[in-house]
Design a protein around this ligand. Sequence first.
Ligand code: ATP
Ligand code: MG
Length: 574
Amino acid sequence: MRQSRLLLNTLREAPADAEVISHRLMLRAGYIRQLAAGIYTYLPLGRRVLRKAEQIVREEMDRAGALEMLMPVLQPAELWKESGRYSVYGPELMRLNDRHDREFALGPTHEEVITSVVKGEINSYRKLPVTLYQIQTKFRDERRPRFGLLRGREFLMKDAYSFDTDWEGLDESYRKMYQAYNRILTRCEINFRAVEADAGAIGGEGGTHEFMALADIGEDTIAACTLCEYAANLEQAESKAVRMESTERSPEEKPVKFHTPDIRTISQLVQFLGVRPSDIMKTIVYAADKTAVAVVVRGDREVNEIKVQNFLRAQDLSIADAAAVEKAVGAPVGFAGPFGLNIPVLLDEEVLGMANGIAGANEADYHYRNLNPSRDLTNYEIGDFRQAAEGDGCPRCAEGVLKLSRGIEVGHVFKLGTKYSDKLGASFLDAAGKSGSIIMGCYGIGVSRILSAVIEQNHDANGIIWPFALAPYQVHLIPVSVKDDAQMRMANDMYRHLQEKGIEVLMDDRDERPGVKFKDSDLIGIPLRVVIGKDAVQGRVEFAERKSGLKEIITVEAACERIFKRARLAKPAD
Ligand code: ATP
Ligand code: MG
């Protein structure tokens, strides 16, 4: 491509509302333009990168044996009513009416449509298993569309759905998709972790993993072991339970009630008594589907509400208000404790190991000391109800500790089970002629979001640094002066030669100052650059790598060889 013919406008400044670097750079380098909040045009350069990401996804889906199809964006509301999601999905679902006033939705995801398709096409175990996928524009009326392509209202997703006759089959289909996702993100050169995620809300019956690109601007926090493979969403992360040594040493004594006038919080108790937060049992009263429940964690810990909610299988969980606390424990907020309580008590496993701890006495202005949960408490359920924290011991290996980092969710694999096949009636007959519900999995990857994640991880002060596999062009060929015959002859020869060998070349044939050309080139981020300047007469060029910053004066032939070699390396391994 000759740059003089390319629709490309680079900007010195990004619009002020572009907050994150990937968004700023994509605007400045002329990849995308915003039409409305969360809705973008891909300019020619952006379209090329999007296609590359799409193609990597397609190749790996095909390699995993999935079949590509294309489903409608426009979906009748009846289908969503059948699955029960028309109301549940809420305002994120874009809704519209046709001229006959029939209700439709713009697909945010396709479980309903694919299940109804499969219901019509598959009735026997002979046609299973099968995994189907599409790469398509999705619509979600996000509450806060932001960060450019990271959270759009219209975005490109690959969604795949697997159909099996039994759970072992689903495990195998899931494993294949999991592997495919690893390959996709590796080919995109994304630094990622596959993390165990929470299945609660979507209501699946099996496992689920999120694929997280590590980046400071990520909206999710993940806990990963420094030594082993363990990684989980913080919502879900486990940690080794630690038995803390108590600062108080009087194990024979019974719990003693003592006066703590208006001392309600952990930090007030710490000050008042001169103890450590870990000597105190933090007791929080929740309303779980309107029933009061007390959750107890060590005072230096936070309650993980998702773990509590999953344990209780509650639809709804919220901290009880002051009146509800008073009713449940018989004391104002700040004086609840597990000892002598008449509501269900959930003890975090670390609390059971506490010795001579301090807790509220369920009486205004009083606490207990010398509380030994394993000796003094009788009615409780024990579990992991705490939030994992940086530096906690890894739950899986002996030596590792957890490190917290931020991540961008780029992909999600999920064992659905029979949720949709039951609702929509997708069943099959087995070899014995018995009918069963098809067992499903669903697998999403944010194709457009990948672009942002890649830039978040690959840029410098001057611009984008594309991985070879995603770059809009592989080589940026820059004749320094288009008025110089020798330079232009060499540039045109090289341009033709590289293209004949299948290399994607952008040639900057604009009559611009060299400084302008180099600045634009850095901003656009093409991985290899060949500058043709004064040395052209000696048959030499400057060969440069955007990522390493390497610059060398070499012969044209040597430069071409380097380029071919790089292109060969980029071919995916089997
Ligand atoms: P998030 O928690 O970020 O909203 P999600 O859990 O709603 O994501 P899924 O429904 O699992 O996402 O969708 C599959 C994939 O589609 C996600 O992993 C993500 O990469 C991508 N995706 C989801 N929402 C958006 C969006 N608004 N803009 C761009 N990509 C998105
Ligand atoms: Mg979402």
